[in-house]
Design a protein around this ligand. Structure first.
Ligand SMILES: [Fe+2]
Length: 293
């Protein structure tokens, strides 16, 4: 026997309404999840800690702590960057390294200034320029701001940092977007080695290309940024976009080894492209130096 189901107009309306509510609920849940993911990747800071060993490290500097911040791009993490400042303070740093792209133009300098006010006095702070300060024409403005807050500006220069009666060399390589006639990285590194052949050399350079372009650079630890972790990060794949805005990120996050040195690439704190950071929280990196036997 065949039973035919028949629906009244009212029942059909009810079905349509239920289906509409179900679809709208699913769309709202998906939108909410997307907003949460984007906000998490924009505002929640991830602390990453690495231990880096070197035979060149003097015993007196065992446990030396470096906080590495990169690619702020005018971002504010907490009101006046207070969450970033507090997390930096809690690391009890011996040195704070800022590796460029903190502002893209003069409008973002207030976020940089609030950060500098908060970290001033915690430890010696060093800065190297990124490509965006040059491209945005705000190099001199940001330099003046840094110097007002006691930050050491390194443009193809190096300095000695002394602590506990021992010392290390802190060098800063200028970004290639800078002046055409400037010192090349190899010249700077060779000059340092001529003066300080046995010292531990910390090298700050915004771009993440050191292992590829300068695999034999005679330094000990390189801190860089630039890649923003590949912008979008996927499980088992890592960063999705490279620094040429194509697919397939390289050297975008973590530690890499070459010749005599270790290169650490920070995922950075902000963003400079319309694509939002996804599964890619702003990163504060702490490096703890240890003496290798
Ligand atoms: Fe950047």
């Amino acid at each position: 026997m065949v039973r035919l189901a028949t629906y009244s107009g009212k029942e059909k309306d009810m079905k349509r309404k239920k289906s509409f509510i179900r679809n709208m609920t699913a769309a709202a849940a998906a939108l909410l999840a997307a907003v949460c993911i984007v906000c998490d990747s924009k505002y929640n800071i991830q602390l990453t800690e690495y231990r880096v060993e070197s035979q060149k490290l003097p015993e007196e500097l065992e446990g030396f702590r470096i906080v590495h911040l990169s690619d702020l791009h005018g971002a504010e993490l907490g009101r006046d960057n207070e969450r970033l400042i507090e997390l930096t303070r809690r690391q009890e740093p011996d040195l704070i390294a800022l590796t460029g792209d903190f502002a893209e133009n003069g409008k973002e300098l207030s976020a940089v200034e609030s950060l500098l006010e908060g970290i001033e006095g915690l430890a010696p702070v060093y800065y190297v320029c990124g490509n965006h300060e040059w491209a945005g024409g705000c190099v001199e403005e940001i330099r003046a701001l840094m110097e007002r807050h006691g930050v050491r500006w390194l443009s193809n220069q190096y300095e000695l940092l002394e602590k506990n009666g021992a010392r290390l060399v802190v060098a800063g390589a200028e970004d290639p977007n800078g002046r055409a006639d400037m010192t090349r990285p190899r010249e700077l590194a060779e000059r340092i080695r001529a003066d300080y052949p046995e010292d531990f050399v910390l090298w700050l350079g915004h771009r993440n290309y050191w292992v590829q372009r300068y695999p034999e650079l005679p330094v000990d630890l390189i801190l860089s940024g630039h890649a923003h972790g590949g912008i979008v990060r996927l499980p088992f794949i890592g960063g999705l976009f490279n620094t040429n805005h194509g697919f397939g990120a390289e050297y975008e996050n973590g530690l890499y080894f070459s010749g005599s040195y270790c290169m650490e690439v920070s995922r950075g704190l902000g963003n400079s492209v319309p694509v939002p950071r996804i599964f890619n929280r702003p990163e504060l990196v702490t490096l703890v130096l240890e003496r290798a036997e």
